[in-house]
Design a protein around this ligand. Structure first.
Ligand SMILES: NC(=O)c1ccc[n+]([C@@H]2O[C@H](COP(=O)([O-])OP(=O)(O)OC[C@H]3O[C@@H](n4cnc5c(N)ncnc54)[C@H](OP(=O)(O)O)[C@@H]3O)[C@@H](O)[C@H]2O)c1
Length: 325
């Protein structure tokens, strides 16, 4: 089969399409013929050697797939050949075939198309968990979603609404991206490269601040988030696309009953994989019912993975970018 390999840490030139032996499902695994795979920001970090717990080259990158089960290993129950599924596979997803552990395989309801299914695992599960699990969002609360035009961002804006948020504010790094976020139902959009985010959030909330802030950018935006977190607010950190960490002191949180909460779907996959299923099933139901729409802005052939990653890395992308074998 063909797969894309990271042949050394570096720029997109280290991505090479190579022939490699197709994986075989071992006991307790299924084999999936890939229909489409998502490109995630984490794939770029992994290629650069900056992903926490990332693999050493050569490796196949990629976190999630949608496809059809073509073989089941010994001892697998509840999944069958021919079934349409989405999954977090073992090893990378930039390949024509992958194997997966059934604990991280999600049968697709009728009506969920391949693009939606391939886009769903990382962004769907992450958007739901940062809001419901880490953010403990309750109905009526104000949510700020940073990088709101991105893959996780476009999903989180909608999931916040579905969970009953009272007000949803998106932030973006480019005015051209604001329209996408507004169309998805955000009440306000702030350009964090041009506007003082904390002042704008305080203005929009009559000085109270936001109850839940989703920060995957960090750096200066984290400092702004600290300044506009409401009393009893939860600041959820789950990435640092800016390349810079945010810094805080314990004294920033206790006087106002605030919480700083970290979240990683990757760590859940490794340490508590079964705990991802409730989020996955909830999101798949919303997708099947048409209540949630994953934004897929571009599809590239698998062999053009380098161009797909450049599109995201250069901050041109909105929503999800997919690769199709
Ligand atoms: N912890 C987890 O479980 C988890 C899971 C999935 C994703 N994540 C994190 O969540 C974030 C979003 O992931 P995604 O895959 O959906 O990507 P994405 O949001 O589609 O793309 C990343 C976005 O980050 C923003 N950004 C800010 N500073 C940047 C910089 N210096 N370089 C490049 N982009 C920058 C850009 O939006 P603007 O142009 O609007 O600034 C860019 O579009 C990433 O930080 C990712 O690592 C974490």
């Amino acid at each position: 089969m063909r797969a894309v390999f990271v042949t050394g840490f570096g720029g997109t030139e280290v991505l090479r399409v190579q022939e490699t032996e197709a994986p075989r499902p071992g006991p307790g695994q299924v084999l999936i013929q890939v229909a489409a795979t998502g490109v995630n920001f984490a794939d770029i970090l992994a290629r650069q050697g900056r992903y926490h717990g990332g693999a050493q080259p050569p490796f196949i990158p990629g976190l999630d797939v949608a496809g059809t089960i073509t073989a089941v290993g010994e001892g697998v129950t509840g999944l069958r050949v021919g079934q349409r599924v989405a999954a977090f596979p073992e090893g990378g997803s930039y390949a024509e075939q992958v194997v997966a552990d059934p604990v991280l395989v999600y049968p697709l309801p009728d009506g969920v198309d391949w693009d939606t299914a391939a886009a769903f695992p990382t962004v769907g599960v992450t958007a739901y968990n940062v809001l419901a699990l880490a953010g403990r969002l309750t109905p009526g609360e104000t949510v700020v979603v940073h990088a709101a035009a991105g893959g996780v961002g476009t999903t989180a804006v909608q999931v916040a609404r579905l969970l009953g948020a009272g007000r949803v504010v998106g932030t973006v790094g480019d005015d051209a991206k604001a329209g996408v976020v507004r169309e998805l139902g955000a009440d306000a959009v702030i350009n964090y490269r041009r506007e003082p985010v904390a002042d704008r959030v305080l203005e929009l909330t009559d000085g109270k601040g936001a109850d839940v802030i989703l920060d995957s950018v960090a750096g200066e935006l984290f400092q702004q988030s600290l300044r506009c977190l409401a009393p009893f607010g939860r600041l959820v950190v789950f990435g640092q696309a800016s390349g810079q960490p945010g810094t805080a002191s314990s004294g920033d949180f206790y006087p106002r009953n605030q919480a700083l909460v970290g979240y990683s779907t990757g760590s859940y996959r490794r340490l508590r994989p079964t705990a991802l299923r409730p989020a996955a099933e909830k999101v798949l139901n919303w997708l099947a019912e048409g209540r949630l729409r994953l934004v897929v802005s571009r599809r590239y052939p698998l062999v053009e993975a380098a161009a797909a990653q450049r599109w995201i890395e250069q901050r041109h992308s909105t929503g999800k970018v997919l690769l199709v074998p």
